[in-house]
Design a protein around this ligand. Structure first.
Ligand SMILES: Nc1ncnc2c1ncn2[C@@H]1O[C@H](COP(=O)(O)OP(=O)(O)OP(=O)(O)O)[C@@H](O)[C@H]1O
Length: 576
């Protein structure tokens, strides 16, 4: 398991295999074993003792019927063994809670919740749990179907980028498993390739089983809602963590949608969207950075525009802009390769942390560390404390941006300080928020983003279009990127002549004068007259000079800068 893919609990990985070299990430077993008084203590004490490994129970007979044959692996909470039911001679896997945790009722509860959640879902793509019990030493265990195969991270390591046909098949199964969980009110909250086991079944070598509902949240009427999460212990896995989760806000099923978006990204590109030297860096990127377009991250992978669009939509920072359910994501996957238009990705302008001191609004009060007295505060405290530590280590900017948007925008700005890039940040929608996105009030969105003076080097501009469009050079031969929040890099001196091309729309030639870094322009592509059998994926024209489309230049006094996007229903598919 990679370091970045490790589950954070009090800021630490949940796997034995994870290195512990991050200064902010002490050992999980240390943390649980020493029962830190607060997340701050946990994160800041590098000298916590290391918990001894659980004894090897190979050969032990449990409940007079399960014989432990060999250790399969060790996770954050327990050890998994291959076992055999001695009467019916059936192989199974048994996960035993590490005995050191057996006296901690909340950890026992979390452990059994994994079994409870998975059995409640009862879906062919979720690992089957068949039994549970207590060990002679007083710990607890549960019995699962034995999976023979490998987890998806291994597949990715070896074979990604995977062809779309495989990606679609794998992802559909993950979506079905999670949709079944969501239908039962269960949110996984820790989706990652390591928790998707790939086995061979009925001739399908890519049959997927979703595992590890250990930090799943039960929101159904089972009485356990929020209980486990309120301990503040459970956090998630940075590489796949939604912005709202990274921010310590309440999660809902759309956090799983985001994580599946990241997994999809990795399957089609072989890379994760955000990497950094430490967990904090990754979390910050999830909150503030647009993911690099998959087609740019892996140009060799030939990512289809509609696949790119659906990945970026699943990964929208504002959960109100994502697919509102895994069902919607599945529909979009099934639409790939058909005449359906790509899904719409709404540009999001989130200010990202920046090291330039004049880019930041100074705090007028010292950073207050969150207390850990109430469940809610404890939950958000993990991240808050980590940010505070980052601030102490010189990352004050990160700490500022770690505050909630309301707090951040309330900070007074001195007159002599230039305005930062417009900060839009749509905070995560309230839990169980309705799927519709509220458009911004008319006139509030700036018609044109204030931009710094024109830079001599390459500049990245954002082209917002009424339908996801590919951006080419004027000749239509060299693809520069896609419209949308990721932006397109322009090199050389302007004016820049470009060509916008979208499925089932007329090509649009545009000219950008004085383009500056971060500037946004809006264009409307005209739908082609509908005819049957139009290919969805467009290619550069064979003879680009043959038919030149009209050139459109954005009007400086009315460029819109994304306003129109906000007024449209982002969940409605555009075009045919
Ligand atoms: N049903 C199963 N069949 C076969 N192998 C399994 C099964 N369940 C888990 N394993 C393997 O056992 C090892 C440990 O699993 P476990 O779920 O404890 O790890 P983990 O995901 O790192 O833990 P956690 O996220 O709870 O900290 C992993 O290598 C996993 O692949």
């Amino acid at each position: 398991m990679s370091k970045q893919a490790a589950t954070l609990i009090y800021g630490r990985s949940g796997s034995e295999a994870v290195s512990e070299d991050s200064p902010l990430v002490p050992s999980l077993t240390s943390l649980i074993g020493s029962a830190p008084a607060s997340p701050l203590e946990a994160l800041s004490d590098p000298a916590l003792p290391v918990m001894p490994a659980a004894p090897d129970l190979t050969g032990t007979l449990l409940l007079d019927r399960y014989c432990l044959l060999r250790k399969l692996g060790v996770g954050g909470m327990g050890t998994v063994y291959e076992a055999e039911h001695v009467t019916i001679k059936k192989r199974c896997a048994i996960k035993i809670l590490n005995p050191e945790f057996a006296h901690r009722s909340e950890l026992v509860e979390r452990f059994l919740q994994e079994a409870r959640a998975a059995s409640m879902i009862g879906h062919e793509n979720v690992v089957e749990i068949t039994d549970f019990g207590a060990t002679p030493t007083g710990s607890v265990f549960f019995v699962m179907e034995m999976l023979v195969g490998e987890d998806l991270s291994e597949t990715i390591k070896r074979s990604a980028p995977l062809p779309w046909s495989r990606v679609a098949g794998i992802t559909m199964q993950i979506c079905r498993a999670l949709q079944a969980a969501h239908d039962k009110g269960i949110i996984h909250r820790d989706m990652k390739p390591e928790n998707c086991y790939r086995i061979e079944r009925s001739g399908n070598p890519d049959f997927i089983k979703v595992l590890d509902f250990g930090i799943a949240k039960l929101t159904a009427e089972d009485g356990s809602s929020g209980r486990l999460t309120s301990t503040g212990m459970i956090f998630g896995t940075p590489t796949y963590m939604s912005p709202e989760q990274a921010q310590g806000e309440r999660v809902d099923h759309r956090s799983d949608v985001y994580a599946v978006g990241v997994i999809l990204y990795e399957l089609v590109t072989g890379k994760v969207p955000f990497t950094a030297d430490n967990f904090m860096g990754i979390l910050t990127k999830h909150m503030f950075e647009e993911p690099p377009a998959p087609s740019e991250a892996a140009p060799e992978a030939g990512v289809l525009p509609e696949v790119e669009a659906l990945i970026l939509k699943a990964m929208q920072k504002d959960r109100g802009l994502r697919f509102q359910s895994l069902r919607e994501l599945m529909d979009a996957i099934l639409d790939v390769g058909t005449d359906a238009a790509p899904v719409l990705v709404v540009p999001e302008r989130r200010s990202r942390p920046n090291t330039g001191p004049t880019q930041f609004r100074p705090r007028t009060a010292p950073i207050t560390l969150p207390t850990v007295e109430t469940p809610t505060r404890r939950r958000s405290g993990v991240f808050g404390v980590a940010l505070a530590i980052a601030a102490m280590l010189g990352g004050g900017a990160v700490a500022l941006y770690g505050m909630n948007a309301a707090e951040a925008t309330e900070q007074p700005v001195p007159k002599d300080m230039p305005s930062p890039t417009p900060q839009v940040v749509a905070g995560p929608a309230p839990v169980e928020a309705p799927p519709k996105v509220e458009p911004p009030p008319l006139g509030e969105t700036p018609t044109k983003v204030d931009a710094p003076p024109v830079a001599p080097g390459p500049v990245r501009v954002v082209l917002t279009t009424n339908t996801p469009a590919e951006v080419f050079d004027a000749a239509g031969t060299s693809r520069l990127g896609m419209s949308g929040a990721v932006g397109v890099a322009l090199t050389g001196a302007g004016p820049h002549q470009l060509l916008l091309r979208a499925a089932q729309h007329e090509d649009l030639a545009i000219e950008l004068k004085d383009a500056a870094e971060g500037q946004q322009f809006e264009f409307t592509l005209k739908p082609k007259a509908k005819k049957q059998g139009v290919a969805k994926t467009t290619k550069p024209p064979k003879d680009p000079g043959a038919k030149k489309p009209p050139v459109e230049t954005p009007q400086p006094e009315n460029p819109g800068s994304g306003t129109k996007f906000g007024l449209k229903d982002p969940f409605k598919k555009m075009g045919g």
